[in-house]
Design a protein. Sequence first.
Length: 148
Amino acid sequence: MVKLTRFESAECPVARSLDAIGDGWALLIIRDAFDGIRRFGEFQRSLGVAKNILSTRLRSLVAHGIFEIVPASDGSAYQEYQLTEKGRGLFTVIIGLRQWGEGFFYAEGEHHSVMVDCAQGLALRALELRSADGRLVGPEDCRRVAVE
């Protein structure tokens, strides 16, 4: 069996984040949660993932504080998975992945879904990174510095 590298003690925030969400299934589960899916069976039907894989990923997402298990919203005996504040903080990450995918993995005019603003029904603008003084920045404008 392959031994997975753990990054929970890494100095790099990207590595630590990957420890919690660095799996494609985990990101798709989180995406579905933003689309309103909350129950195990709904995730399973939406993703078509094997139940054992889904169970493992949900357990890990709960352990990392991305989801919490809550009583079913309809009052039934079921439980639901609800994004925590930490989980909701991944919204920008999911939108960034979406927009990257839209830009690089679809041919011109090819059918795909887009995210729209509920208030106006317009597609979201592309995400931008800005410096503290408001300048638009790219990879060439930034560098990593250790915090002491």
